[in-house]
Design a protein around this ligand. Structure first.
Ligand code: SF4
Length: 71
């Protein structure tokens, strides 16, 4: 049986690997997912599965490519 999943809905987890330069780009693109305090972090209870498009955009725009999604 063929199943079609819209917007990569298997994305379950987003992590930020070492090397973030706290530029703020991901927070600007997806403020419901990322927050910057002294470091950049994924918000507790972030609605990851509802925001796959903006997360993918943040991943693409991160200047040091440290955002990683895990399906
Ligand atoms: S876009 Fe990348 S470097 Fe910039 S704050 Fe987010 S994780 Fe850090």
């Amino acid at each position: 049986m063929l199943s079609i999943y819209k917007n990569n809905c298997f994305m379950k987890k987003v992590i930020i690997n070492p090397g973030c330069i706290t530029c703020g780009t991901c927070e600007f693109i997806a403020p419901e997912i990322f927050e910057i305090t002294d470091v950049c972090r994924v918000k507790k209870d972030a609605p990851i599965e509802q925001c796959t498009d903006t997360i993918n955009r943040a991943i693409a725009q991160c200047p040091v490519q440290v955002i990683e999604k895990q399906d």
